[in-house]
Ligand binder design. Structure first.
Ligand SMILES: Nc1ncnc2c1ncn2[C@@H]1O[C@H](COP(=O)(O)OP(=O)(O)O)[C@@H](O)[C@H]1O
Ligand SMILES: [Mg+2]
Length: 282
């Protein structure tokens, strides 16, 4: 049994009528149960790669494997793939189409032929978990952006995917909904679901991710632990990413001699406070 849930092997993809490659020799491996942050500037290929992950797009060259098996692009194969790989799109309006919140969330499992009473139970559980129960009968178009995003996540969670892909889930959300969605994502990760998330938020990615995949011009420029990727200043400059504030502060304190650079890289501001307390600085 492979420990990899998804593997991309030298993918090339260009959109119809475009000469440039949106994916240009992209290879990567996603281990089971990990939290992976996909970073990189606009146009670096993150969303295109996600669309390839559940077969909405098919690379012109290269190979994708799910749980060790090459993608099967037959109707049956795609259905099976999409049961296991769910994408929450950046813009919920492209994903949501049913009239009420309940109908929207129940649609996926009903469409797969699950028994209505089972679907009702699952849908109610998901709505409860995501704080959507009071909106059950509300039309989806009448929800706020944050509420729509929650419904879009519920839509995918009700299918119980093994791989959850979130394309910039907090873009355009207020701090309240950003926090809510991050808590939900953490809960899903704690259940062992593999998560692939595109984000531009370096502080969040540094704190949250097990691994960073840095996209650049349709391929992976660098991958590694948040500490190794975000301490590489040349790399950050090349990809126009800023350093997470916890790390900048840590390096500054090391430069001024207040902390030793031999200390393990801090993950949070609390870690830095502990270091300062232990070294007698505060
Ligand atoms: N529907 C499309 N038609 C043509 N080109 C596209 C389309 N979607 C994306 N692209 C192009 O593909 C490249 C990768 O884009 P995308 O995957 O959206 O990157 P990211 O998600 O990292 O911002 C960009 O050059 C973009 O302009
Ligand atoms: Mg994108």
């Amino acid at each position: 049994m492979s420990n990899l849930l998804l593997e991309a092997d030298h993918l090339f993809f260009s959109y119809e009528g475009e000469s440039a490659f949106a994916l240009n020799d992209l290879s990567l491996k996603i281990p089971k149960g990990k939290k992976i942050a996909c970073m990189g500037s606009n146009g670096s290929g993150k969303s295109t790669f996600f669309l390839c992950c559940n077969g909405i797009r098919r690379p012109q060259k290269g190979r994708l494997l799910f749980d060790g098996r090459p993608f099967d692009y037959s109707k049956k194969g795609l259905l099976q793939l999409r049961r296991q790989t769910g994408i929450v799109f950046q813009d919920p309006d492209t994903q949501l189409f049913s009239s009420s919140v309940f109908q929207e969330i129940a649609f996926g499992p009903l469409n797969l032929g699950e028994a209505p009473e089972v679907v009702r139970k699952k849908t109610e559980e998901i709505m409860e978990r995501l704080g959507l129960s009071s909106f059950a009968d509300k039309p989806v178009h009448a929800l706020s952006g944050g509420q729509k995003k929650l419904v879009a996540i519920a839509d995918i969670l009700v299918m119980e995917p093994r791989l959850l892909i979130l394309d910039e889930p907090a873009s355009a959300l207020d701090p309240l909904h950003t926090g809510l969605i991050r808590d939900i994502i953490q809960g899903i990760a704690d259940q062992g679901v593999t998560i692939l998330m595109a984000t531009h938020d370096v502080d969040y990615a540094y704190h949250w991710a097990d691994e960073i995949l840095l996209f650049h011009a349709g391929r992976i420029l660098e991958k590694g632990s948040p500490a190794s990727v975000f301490s590489n200043r040349a790399l950050l400059k090349q990809t126009s990413l800023t350093q997470p504030s916890v790390l900048s502060l840590f390096f500054r304190l090391c430069e001024t001699g207040l902390l030793s650079p031999a200390l393990p890289m801090p993950r949070t501001f609390e870690d830095i406070t502990c270091y300062l307390q232990h070294s007698g600085q505060i």
